[in-house]
Ligand binder design. Structure first.
Ligand SMILES: [Fe+2]
Length: 387
């Protein structure tokens, strides 16, 4: 087996780690703080704490807090313009995957001319060479969701084109990531679940993808065990610090899996769905298609061993039995209050499925299926998911 492993990020993990930020060597003197337009990080005092840490470290700051839940190309260009006009020499992203992904893309565009879609390599992106390294990025994650603090990818939506595309370069890794489970305590119940399942699907997809790596396998199975055990607890009681800490690490493991491995068509389909329905929450989109997608995977003899490994990690009494993994998945979804979701409740319409299939080709997951997957297969998964 051949694979490469590269992770240049200094990951500071643990409760209270935000309060140690000033002790770290920061990669610049003036930060553009990137946040979403939500108010929670301000209301909960996280922004004030970050500003204090920057001041203790002797760094200035400017705030860009207009990133949308699904960050847009316009967010990226606006943030990059601000970073340039203010003379910022580093980006500090505070928030979940939306803020961190936007931070990565802003870091790139603050250092390079043109339009972000000039550099994006899939969809209608031009894939031009990147002339200058991005500004250095510090990522402070407040959710256990995307694993964005431990990978180089950023998912950005081009609203005009309905394209939601993941893109990054080896220079797009954060130089420093703060993973402080205390910052995750206030994530509302439903978002805890959506984000937790995003973690779960990241590692499950990496485990069954065509891009195999010894580096992925132990991390993926370990994260599956953690999510299965601790996500229902974090759902039941958001103040369960052990559950929050375990989910925080599962999330970082998932980020590492994304770095060492690759996602599959489940994520390609979800990005297409939330490209068409731009208010659809990513984790919810994944949950809507997951049972049908993994049932499809269970029909592939080539994946049988890996599906059984995952079922075993979830505690299946008979992991090699047909449908064992999806049975455990259903149990986990039920335990987290999302066992009975309907696409129609999210406004998804069957007549848009051909467009979803078309857009799913913009995501590399389409090529990373262990066995080749056809447009008809993807359509069948969508149809089987529809209620
Ligand atoms: Fe995801």
């Amino acid at each position: 087996m051949n694979f490469s492993v590269y992770i240049p990020t200094d990951i500071e993990f643990g409760c209270g780690s935000l309060s140690r930020l000033h002790e770290k060597k920061l990669p610049g003197k003036k930060a553009l703080i990137v946040m979403t337009n939500g108010r929670s990080a301000k209301r909960l005092g996280y922004l004030d704490r970050l500003v204090k840490e920057l001041e203790l470290a002797g760094a200035e700051h400017v705030l860009y807090d207009r990133v949308l839940q699904n960050p847009t190309k316009d967010n990226v260009m606006e943030g990059a313009d601000l970073a340039r006009s203010e003379g910022c020499d580093m980006i500090v992203a505070l928030g979940g995957g939306s803020a961190i992904d936007a931070g990565k893309a802003i870091a790139l565009m603050a250092a390079n001319d043109g339009d972000y879609w000039d550099y994006v390599r899939t969809g209608s992106g031009k894939g031009l060479p990147i002339e200058h390294d991005p500004l250095p990025l510090v990522a402070i994650t407040t959710t256990a969701g995307t694993g964005s603090e431990a990978d180089a990818g950023a998912v950005i939506t081009n609203v005009e084109l309905n394209e939601k595309i993941g893109f990054g370069t080896p220079k797009s890794f954060p130089v420093l990531s703060i993973v402080d489970p205390e910052l995750m305590v206030s994530v509302p119940k439903l978002y805890t679940v959506y984000q937790g399942f995003d973690v779960f699907f990241h590692v499950a997809e990496c485990y069954i993808s065509r891009i195999q790596s010894y580096a992925v396998d132990p991390l993926a199975l370990d994260a599956i065990k953690r999510v299965t055990k601790y996500l229902p607890r974090a759902y039941e009681d958001g103040n369960d610090m052990e559950a929050r800490e375990q989910m925080a690490w599962a999330n970082t493991e998932a980020g590492l899996c994304l770095t060492f491995g690759s996602l599959t068509v489940e994520h390609a389909m979800e990005h297409a769905l939330s490209g068409v329905y731009q208010d659809l929450v990513h984790g919810l989109g994944l949950l809507l298609i997951a049972p049908a997608y993994f049932s499809y995977c269970e029909t592939k003899p080539e994946l049988a061993e890996r599906m059984a490994d995952m079922a075993e990690a979830m505690g299946s009494p008979d992991p090699k039995a047909p449908g064992a993994f999806t049975a455990e998945l259903k149990k986990l979804m039920d335990a987290c209050g999302v066992g009975d979701l309907k696409m129609s409740d999210s406004g998804i319409r069957r007549e848009d499925f051909p467009e979803v299939v078309r857009l799913s080709h913009n995501h590399k997951g389409y090529q990373n299926e262990f066995m080749p997957i056809t447009d008809q297969d993807v359509m069948d998964i969508l149809e089987a998911s529809y209620r």
